[in-house]
Design a protein around this ligand. Structure first.
Ligand code: SF4
Ligand code: SF4
Ligand SMILES: [Zn+2]
Length: 640
């Protein structure tokens, strides 16, 4: 979600054609003046697919107590429905029909169900037609949180059940709102506003009209994207252009434009091992249809193999991106060419604040020798869909099943609503993940709510999740502490003039020895220990379950200590992601099957330590362990 200061997409509505018109106040089809639709920014609306509309209709009927015919008043048939994402603890959208918000649909984490709250036009239509749950109340005004008692209700159709939504209006008709049913006849006001007049547009919304009304806008966007592509590719003709195709809508449009206008027929698909089958099918279909030269950067089963090393990924702990995305992509690029690459991506600025700040063309921060070109950066989601419908592009069937975001199916960035859908579509996949979570929770002592509500998705919990956790009677700081705990060093001790860290897993000295050339060339290997002296003079002993650093020099002690923790962690907690191999500028790292690990060739190694920096085990495990122990190390060092 973008912050409030960022202006979103400008969405207008043509009353004559009954369609949204983007970024222009005159309809491209009939030239009528359009009205601006008031939406929550960034107003990146998208069309609801048939299945979603059907499910929404059932939801609206059940939530508001409407018959099929009454539901037609709120959700007229033959009219397009649009969703606009809004901030909430889980998935939530404004539901837009005829250019008006009829309510919010949101996923309730507790009941694990979608809910519908009528708003503005929805409430106005319920009240005017006296349909569903409503109440006329004898109050001068409505106030948020106010409890309306039964004796104030002039006329009503109240639900039996608690927590259902009720359309509200004051007896003078000035104020409308929405309330929640409490015990008996009481209603709590959830929101109120100055009364709205219901608006009825009988013209069906046709896709044809929608496309025509936005044709000029789409043409402008396509020519801009085309210009960006042509200019950049011409200016950087020595670099190899490759489209990054994910199986999602944005990269589909990007691919189509790059192929059609610039003849880029080479693409890469990153198979993270966490793609839904529909996505893989779509990639195959698109490859065949357009005759693409497709490279597959596969992470194979790396995610599940690495899980017990790193633990579940989190929004603020994305080791999976490094292991399953960046490294396989970097490896594949390296195999394709030793030169530079322009990766043509379908990123859009309305997706997130990071992307809002992104430029059309920039060097990748994560991949060596790669430049990112984002030709559809300015497009909104609806514009992407309009292009897809216009060109009849083969989009991923997951969209029509209700999934709005295509990517790893257990990504911690997902909402519970998305997980729920994945579970329904592919229970076998979800069970695999759930089985891991159950075992992990048991081992770490998490309550089952940690799985149910997806609390593994954060190391540091956001405010709304903390409040939710508290409401359920748990202590957020305890969950956070456990989420953050990395237990590979079980004890840190000071002994005479040295500091010893005891590991909770055995240290394979052969694997450590194989990595030593990044620090030293001279060392002594005995049966149960390795000894060497670091450049600052600190003497190191690595045993089968501990590391000991003698403190000869205070200078850089923490750095030296950290370096030893890095190398031991890399040796014994390696996820075999090959990131170190990819990044090493001297090609000094090779996989050695004899030790089932990586070996640094001392004759080639320049001791630059880039391999440490790019290793996910160093970044996500060793660095965190050092950070957690830093104050203790400093304290001990001062004592020695
Ligand atoms: S990245 Fe640098 S330190 Fe690591 S193996 Fe390669 S040359 Fe040596
Ligand atoms: S040592 Fe290399 S292969 Fe192993 S986790 Fe680190 S970067 Fe990946
Ligand atoms: Zn029009």
């Amino acid at each position: 979600m973008l912050p409030r200061f960022v202006k979103g997409v400008r969405v207008y509505w043509c009353l004559d054609c009954n369609v949204p018109v983007l970024e222009q106040s005159h309809c491209g089809k009939c030239n009528s003046v359009c009205f601006k639709v008031k939406l929550t920014p960034p107003s990146d609306i998208r069309p609801a697919f048939d299945t979603e509309v059907r499910e929404l209709r059932e939801l609206v009927k059940a939530e508001l107590g409407l018959s099929e015919k009454e539901a037609d008043i709120l959700l007229p048939r033959n009219q397009l429905v649009f969703f606009n994402k809004i901030p909430y603890i889980d998935a939530a959208d404004e539901v837009v029909v005829q250019g008006q918000i009829i309510g919010h649909r949101y996923y309730d984490p507790e009941s694990r169900k979608w809910r519908f709250k009528p708003m503005y036009q929805g409430v106005a239509k319920m009240l005017e037609n006296k349909i569903g749950y409503y109440a006329v109340v004898d109050l001068p005004r409505l106030t948020k949180g106010y409890e309306i008692h039964g004796d104030r209700i002039v006329e009503a159709n109240l639900p039996e059940k608690k927590n259902m939504y009720i359309a509200l209006v004051t007896a003078d008709g000035e104020t409308q709102g929405v309330g929640v049913k409490l015990q008996g006849k009481r209603i709590r006001v959830a929101k109120y506003w100055s009364s709205k007049k219901p608006l009825y547009l009988n013209k069906p919304t046709a896709l044809k009209d929608l496309l025509e009304a936005n044709e000029a806008r789409l043409e402008t966007l396509v020519s801009k994207s085309r210009r960006i592509l042509e200019k950049t590719l011409a200016r950087h003709s020595a670099k190899r252009p490759i489209v990054s195709y994910s199986g999602g809508k944005d990269s589909l449009v990007t691919l189509h434009i790059a192929l059609n206008y610039c003849g880029v027929g080479e693409a890469i698909f990153n198979d993270t091992g966490l793609e839904l089958p529909e996505t893989v099918e779509n990639v195959d279909k698109v490859t065949e249809l357009y005759g693409l030269k497709l490279h597959v950067a596969s992470a194979e089963n790396r995610f599940f193999e690495s899980l017990w090393i790193y633990g579940p990924p989190a929004r603020d702990y994305r080791w999976c991106c490094k292991v399953c995305k960046l490294t396989p992509i970097a490896r594949t690029y390296k195999q394709i060419t030793s030169g530079e690459i322009i990766s043509i991506v379908g990123q859009r600025k309305y997706e997130s604040i990071q992307r809002f700040r992104q430029r059309y063309f920039e060097k990748s921060r994560w991949l060596p020798k790669v430049y990112l070109l984002s030709p559809i950066l300015d497009w909104s989601a609806l514009e992407v869909w309009l292009y897809i419908f216009k060109e009849k592009l083969p989009y991923n069937t997951l969209y029509s099943k209700g999934l709005d975001r295509i990517g790893c199916w257990l990504c911690p960035a997902c909402e519970l609503a998305e997980f729920h859908l994945v579970e329904q579509l592919h229970p076998e996949l979800w069970n695999k993940w759930n089985n891991f979570l159950v075992k992990y929770a048991e081992k770490k002592g998490f309550p089952q709510e940690w799985i149910k509500y997806g609390w593994w998705r954060w190391k540091r919990l956001p405010g709304d999740q903390k409040r939710f956790i508290e409401q359920l009677g748990f202590e957020p700081s305890e969950i956070e502490e456990k989420n953050q705990k990395i237990e590979y060093i079980r004890e840190l001790k000071k002994e005479d003039n040295s500091i010893v860290a005891y590991f909770s897993i055995p240290i394979d000295l052969k694997k450590v020895e194989a990595l030593l050339p990044i620090y030293v060339d001279k060392y002594t290997l005995r049966e149960n220990r390795i000894e060497f002296t670091l450049p600052q003079g600190n003497k190191v002993t690595i045993c089968k379950n501990s590391i000991e650093v003698e403190l000869e020099s205070q200078e850089d002690f923490i750095k030296d200590f950290a370096n030893i923790v890095y190398i031991v962690s890399r040796a014994v907690l390696c996820s075999k992601c090959y990131s170190c191999v990819n990044w090493c500028p001297s090609n000094a790292i090779v996989y050695d099957p004899k030790i089932n690990g990586f070996r640094v060739l001392s004759e080639k190694c320049s001791k630059c330590k880039i391999c440490n920096k790019e290793c996910p085990t160093v970044r996500y495990i060793a660095d965190n362990m050092i950070a957690a122990l830093e104050s203790l190390i400093t304290f001990y060092t001062a004592e020695v």
